[in-house]
Design a protein around this ligand. Structure first.
Ligand SMILES: Cc1ncc(COP(=O)(O)O)c(C=O)c1O
Length: 392
């Protein structure tokens, strides 16, 4: 990994800020921004349809690069405008009936939980959450028992929650889902881009991701992976448009074969192109390199914070590049003040975004630092030292 080159490619670092909010919205490499600016200039000259036609081959590379990123075929990839867009389209393709069961975890993302509760209220389905093991990972034995007891329609697991460093054992869940033939949806919004994510190993039916976080793409982008298994069974979004099907009869249509049937016809091709460049950029560095590097940085940061006396809230067997903490008395105010004063970028998560996890941990909120491969060990040491001094 050529860190100097990577930092030169990241114009946002030129004013000496320390950027540690990659789990929020990261800094785009300049090639991503330049590709979009150039595309929009072309649209200014020729109009969107003409430019999309002229650029068709390049735009298709989005599917190739994304398929390479998560180890699948390009026919399994759909562009999405956010992780939530991908998630809700996947969910909408499952026909839920009264009494159906969704099994999820206590650590799944706030919007997923709200969507499940909405389905529970509107369609009378049942939402059940697995227990956690003592190390905070979801309990696979409990999951298996719940499957046997409730015969669920769907298992939904967030790979890395927004509010803690936990990495769930999504491969372990995948094996159980296959054994019992249950649909399996993985929210990989925080994992894609920061570590190797391999859909063949996870063996899921749907996987969702966003562009702007660890992928370093533009806002308004994301993708959905759809397995062959599900495509062959004609799963498609509930509210399909002409991107998804061919209108063959007055009252009938024929679904298109690939995961593109989960897209809408109208999208921002300039943003898709920018996202393609971001995926290509990550692929060129190599996700295994990124994962190893990130593990080192976040491990070091966590250790420093603990040694300085902060309460670090990342519980799990395997931890990610999301580091969450507060002062020993639970306070967040002073940490935020000091970070802002020192031009260090971070984010804060409050209890309503992680209701069950933070209730269990008995915290009202946490500060989140999320290093990525363009950060240096020196930056981690600087931030650790500044925070350590803030406690005195
Ligand atoms: C774990 C997780 N899932 C889903 C999302 C939603 O992503 P988007 O805002 O792109 O829909 C987020 C955003 O923070 C997230 O952290």
């Amino acid at each position: 990994m050529n860190l100097n080159q990577i930092r030169q490619d990241t114009k946002g670092l030129s004013d000496n800020k320390i950027f540690l909010n990659n789990a929020g919205s990261s800094l785009m490499p300049k090639v991503v921004v330049e590709s979009m600016v150039d595309y929009f200039h072309q649209e200014e000259q020729f109009g969107g349809y003409e430019v999309a036609n002229r650029t068709a081959t390049l735009l298709e590379e989005f599917y190739e690069e994304t398929a390479k990123l998560i180890n699948c075929k390009l026919s399994n990839i759909a562009f999405a405008t956010s992780a939530t867009d991908a998630y809700t389209k996947a969910l909408s393709s499952i026909v839920f009936k009264e009494g159906d069961v969704i099994i999820t975890t206590v650590d799944d993302y706030i919007s997923n939980q709200i969507t499940f509760i909405s389905l529970q209220k509107k369609l009378n389905i049942k939402v059940i959450r697995t227990k956690n093991l003592s190390d905070n990972e979801l309990d696979l034995e409990d999951l298996e028992n719940l499957i046997k007891k409730h015969n669920p329609k769907l298992i939904a697991v967030t790979h890395i929650p927004t509010n803690s460093g936990l990495i769930q054992n999504v491969e372990g869940v995948g094996k159980i889902c296959r054994q019992y033939d249950v649909l399996y949806l993985v929210d990989a919004c925080q994992s894609v881009g920061q570590m190797v994510v391999d859909v063949e190993k996870i063996d899921c039916d749907f996987l969702t991701a966003t562009g702007r976080k660890f992928m370093r793409g533009p806002r308004g982008t994301g993708f959905l992976y759809v397995s062959d298994r599900v495509l062959e069974q004609n799963y498609a979004p509930l509210l399909l448009d002409m991107r998804g099907a061919n209108w063959t009869e007055y009252d009938d249509y024929e679904l298109f074969k690939t995961a593109k049937r989960f897209e809408h016809w109208e999208i921002s091709y300039g943003s898709l192109l920018g996202f393609m460049e971001a995926v290509k950029y990550a692929n060129n560095i190599g996700l295994d390199n990124i994962e190893n590097y990130n593990k080192n940085l976040s491990g070091k940061l966590r250790e420093n914070l603990k040694n300085s006396g902060f309460n670090v809230w990342d519980w799990g067997n395997k931890l990610s590049s999301i580091v969450t903490f507060c002062e020993p008395n639970g306070e967040l105010e002073n940490i935020q003040k000091v970070l802002k004063e020192n031009n260090i970028f971070f984010s804060v998560t409050y209890k309503n975004s992680a209701l069950i996890d933070f209730t269990n941990k008995n915290v009202n909120g946490i500060v989140r630092l999320s290093p990525h491969y363009f950060n240096t060990t020196e930056e981690i040491e600087t931030v650790s030292e500044i925070l350590k001094n803030s406690l005195k």
